[in-house]
Design a protein around this ligand. Sequence first.
Ligand code: GDP
Length: 201
Amino acid sequence: IKLIDARFVITAVEPKGYPTGHAAEVAFVGRSNVGKSSMINALTGRKKLVRVSNTPGRTRTLNFFDVELERKGVRHVVRLADLPGYGFAKASKAERAQWETMITTYLEKRHHLEAVVSIVDAEIGPTPEDHLTLDYLQDKGRRVLVVATKIDRIPKARRKPRIQALAQELKLPLEAVLPFSSTEKLGVEEVWESLLGVFGK
Ligand code: GDP
């Protein structure tokens, strides 16, 4: 995998604000502070494409990015949709409802959304909200890839069994759960391979 370019496209809240075009799209979901921004930066080879925040839950919009990459001599353009993190403790009830409408509208209406990357913390494992999200995505027939981030916090010898345990807990095949570390840049190739492998299927 060779990254060629990554750029911010647009911020949107409602369908009329979504970017146009037919690039294969991948959405990223996870609770706030799970490491989503860092993951997108790692996957795009950019340090500050997405702002890594110390104030969880600040991103309340859908943010779209275009990534251009090359794999086996073939050029691909993939559009990434960064969805605002959930489980933000300080959010009001109204903010939560607004968030939910924005996310469900996007996930149900976006036709060229090819896959959803659900990010979980490798050490903590799926939270009740992660389970709800995964059940919802499966119910809507979305293709899901679970990426277990911050794997660097787990000793090397325990990483593989940890991923196996996560797959078992989530009732997913082993290849649908990938280890990742933004700090150690682990899993970048594997996540892209997996994503490019499902487009158009
Ligand atoms: P977001 O709220 O989901 O976008 O999470 P961020 O990307 O802003 O990261 C939240 C916190 O986790 C920050 O302090 C990051 O430095 C840290 N973090 C993110 N990814 C990793 C990782 O792979 N390993 C470790 N050890 N820390 C990480």
